[in-house]
Design a protein around this ligand. Structure first.
Ligand code: NAP
Length: 248
């Protein structure tokens, strides 16, 4: 199968490309910085040429800034239009567990992106994941440079990105679901506890800094909006074991 991975140079996209190639598929990595397949979702530039001859598209692009809707929602419209012209038979959108439950701009953009896909012209699947171990570690490392680490009063259920990539590859091979598949990590654990684990395993000296979660956003996250007790797939690697295996 020939598969285009939009955002193929990103955290998840790199793993999806690797997983698909290991299974014998051709995987094209598309992004603004891709040398072979440069594309820009915000304008649609490069998409049609990059998608030529492909059977399926995985959208693993991302933007968590104030421009999230431009990339994720308008970008999806450009992408689906190009997919239709290119005769793509399956669009796989990567999304986030609970995005419709979290009243925050980025999560709202993800929920809007899902709606574009559901109502769009290309047969589709949505794979929703919880936060990646890799993402949480990156946040802790960034803050750790200032000798602090954020302590959020909210449960998370982080999952290894390699396990999400396997689930995405399975969906690509299985064909359009016209529905959602959810993958979540093996444990629901307080974000503060994740910070303590990171500090202990890495040996970093950093102060746990409580970060208040105001209003409805705080209510939603504290009530577990970003977790899923009964996912279709439960990852097997816990954050602590993953961190130790990574060697830091
Ligand atoms: N991170 C998490 O914990 C997490 C958890 C659950 C679900 N997800 C979902 O997983 C997906 C991938 O997230 P990620 O964390 O792997 O993202 P990421 O590491 O930030 O990678 C984003 C990718 O999108 C590309 N991109 C950004 N703007 C673009 C544009 N205008 N046109 C074309 N490509 C563009 C980037 O490449 P260039 O900059 O070179 O264009 C990069 O390849 C997203 O849908 C996200 O919502 C993430």
């Amino acid at each position: 199968m020939k598969v285009a991975i939009v955002g193929g140079t990103g955290m998840l996209g790199r793993h999806v490309s690797r997983e698909l190639r290991a299974r014998g598929h051709e995987a094209r990595a598309l992004s603004r910085s891709s040398e072979e397949y440069p594309v820009d979702l915000t304008t649609g530039e490069g998409l049609e040429a990059a998608l030529g001859g492909c059977d399926a598209v995985v959208d693993a692009s991302n933007n968590a800034t104030s421009k999230a809707a431009t990339v994720l929602v308008e970008g999806t419209r450009h992408l689906l239009a190009a997919e239709r012209s290119a005769g793509i038979g399956h669009h796989v959108c990567v999304s986030i567990v609970g995005c419709e439950r979290v009243p925050f701009g980025y999560f709202k953009a993800k929920a809007d992106q899902e709606r574009e896909v559901e109502g769009g012209p290309v047969p589709w699947s949505i794979v929703r994941a919880t936060q990646f171990h890799e993402y949480v570690r990156a946040l802790f490392e960034q803050a750790g440079r200032w000798k602090v680490v954020p302590k959020l009063d909210a449960p998370l259920q982080t999952v290894a990105v390699a396990e999400v990539a396997r689930a995405v590859a399975d969906v690509v091979e299985g064909g359009p679901l016209a529905g959602r598949l959810e993958i979540a990590g093996p444990e629901i654990i307080g974000a503060g506890e994740l910070a303590r684990i990171w500090r202990r395993v890495t040996g970093r000296r950093a102060l746990l800094l409580p970060v208040p979660l105001p209003g409805k956003l705080g209510q939603a996250l504290r009530s577990g909006a970003a977790t899923q007790r009964q996912p279709h797939i439960t990852g097997s690697t816990r954050f602590e074991a993953w961190l130790k295996a990574e060697g830091r």
